[in-house]
Design a protein around this ligand. Structure first.
Ligand SMILES: [Fe+2]
Ligand SMILES: [Fe+2]
Length: 491
């Protein structure tokens, strides 16, 4: 599939810079600076201070920051979400800088630093002190770390850096992000429904619309992952087949992003994920909605949906633009790693990476949804545990690990009982990788059992003045037991 205009969509969505040529120059110099910063961090970490490699890396970093300071008049390195900005310019993430970008993002985030303003006259020695402090701050809490680093800089009389905590991109922006996510989600469900209905009627639908939908999902996830992932918890029973396809697409794209896929690869993956169950349009609807168990005669019809999907994909108009990967994913998504799933392949084969990604997203969404033949869904945490620890599920352990990194040990939407006797719903994974079991939680019931709506957000990594965690999740539970609809807290 070709996306001639795809790569620029995100860039175009960003505010226009008044002077494009200087913008490109800042971007180029900014990327260089990030490389040098990363190189210097590694050198400082690996070698003693007097080592020539450290000296060289610091000299390079100093030169580059001075050059930017003299051409731009100012130098601010700012981290916002998954992006790095140099002054007002957002740096583009590419495969060659993916490693350095994510390392820096994680380090800054963990140190509670949202932005660093570098002063003119910054010296190599200044950089050395700052970088060592960044790596060696030793309190758990990011906001304390920021204070600690700032205080130590001051006592070392280093005045070249002004540190600031991450700016919340403003509640107004957050609301906008949320609104946009809702629109993207609703449009995706409608387009998927139209497509599947059309296949059911024997038509040959055009995939142009679907392509736009998937581009919307990818762009949204690259900008603001949390809002869209939150919406996957709605899981509308009547719309199951369509919301399921959209959810699997969202999880797959978010997972692909974590695995370092490029934007174009994410488009392909998103399309494949959205189409993974298209074969179900060729399975009698009564079977899909059946509430009792399937009989021996009925099961083969359901189990035929992978290859029926491949056939359906041949009929889609504009199929020459559809990645043949979508067919592979439709065919392979229930095969399992050890090929004990269905359809049973005749020969040995290696499942494609896309199929492995989609299989995990699919299993997770299917198991946490309320469906006809599953009246009580598993909690997301139980499903996660199963995917990770039960080899018979046939999931790729490396990708499951990445999925846990994406969703945390307690995935978004999980109901958790806290040691304060409050109830919370997991809102987002903790951005600190070492805090995967301490997500951001929305408190929806106080210790007396009074339901709160909308409830407040708390970070389970937060500590009290005595240095102990203020709240800890003691178990997960089924929201039905409390008459709670988790989806209500995400719309
Ligand atoms: Fe399926
Ligand atoms: Fe599925």
């Amino acid at each position: 599939m070709t996306y001639t205009d795809g790569t620029d969509t995100l860039v175009r969505a960003m505010p226009e810079s008044p002077d494009p040529s200087s913008d490109a120059a800042v971007r180029r110099a900014g990327r260089q600076l990030i490389f040098s910063l990363y190189g210097a961090l590694r050198a400082v970490k690996l070698y003693p201070v007097e080592n020539a490699a450290v000296e060289k890396a610091l000299a390079e970093l100093t030169n580059q920051s001075r050059e930017l300071l003299s051409s731009e008049g100012e130098l601010e390195i700012r981290m916002a979400g998954e992006f790095i900005f140099i002054n007002q310019t957002r740096l583009r993430l590419a495969l060659d800088n993916f490693g350095s970008f994510s390392h820096l993002l994680a380090l800054f985030r963990g140190s509670g630093v949202g932005s660093v303003t570098v002063a003119k006259g910054v010296s190599a020695k200044d950089w050395l002190i700052f970088l060592s402090l960044l790596q060696h701050s030793n309190t758990e809490n990011p906001s304390e770390r920021l204070d600690e680093v700032a205080a130590k800089l001051e006592s070392a009389r280093v005045t070249s850096f002004l540190l600031a905590p991450p700016t919340d991109n403003g509640s107004e922006n957050k609301e906008q992000d949320k609104e946009r996510a809702k629109r993207t989600y609703a449009e995706s469900v409608t387009a998927t429904r139209d497509l599947m209905e059309s296949v059911r009627m024997g038509g040959s639908p055009n995939i142009k619309k679907i392509k736009r939908v998937v581009q919307g999902i990818v762009d949204q996830i690259l900008n603001d992952e949390t809002s869209l992932i939150g919406l996957t918890t709605i899981r509308d029973y009547d719309e199951y087949t369509f919301t399921h396809s959209v959810n699997v697409c969202i999880f797959s794209v978010a997972l692909g992003k974590r695995l370092g896929l490029t934007k174009l690869q994410l488009y392909d993956l998103g399309m494949a994920a959205l189409f993974h169950d298209i074969g179900k349009s060729r399975v009698p609807q009564e079977l899909l909605r059946k509430t009792s168990g399937l009989t021996d005669d009925e099961w083969p019809l359901i189990a035929a949906h992978p290859w029926l999907g491949v056939l359906a994909l041949f009929q889609v108009r504009g199929a020459q633009e559809l990645p043949y990967r979508a067919m592979i994913v439709a065919h392979e998504h229930h095969m399992k790693l050890d090929l004990t799933g269905y359809p049973r392949p005749i020969r040995e084969r290696q499942l494609s990476v896309f199929s492995k990604i989609v299989a995990i997203a699919d299993a997770f969404d299917a198991a946490t949804s309320r469906r006809s033949y599953q009246s009580v869904p598993f909690t997301p945490a139980e499903v996660m545990n199963e995917l990770r620890n039960n080899p018979r599920r046939g999931m790729d352990p490396v990708i499951v690990k990445a999925f846990i990194n994406l969703t945390g040990v307690y995935p978004v939407g999980t109901l958790v009982v806290l040691d304060t006797f409050e109830l919370g719903i997991v809102h987002a994974v903790n951005p600190l990788q070492e805090m995967l079991s301490r997500p951001i939680v929305r408190i929806i019931s106080d210790s007396m059992g009074n339901i709160l709506h909308p409830g407040t957000l708390v970070d389970l990594a937060d500590k009290t003045a005595d240095g102990i965690f203020a709240r800890t999740s003691i178990k997960t539970d089924n929201p039905d037991r409390y008459g709670i609809r988790t989806g209500d807290y995400f719309v």
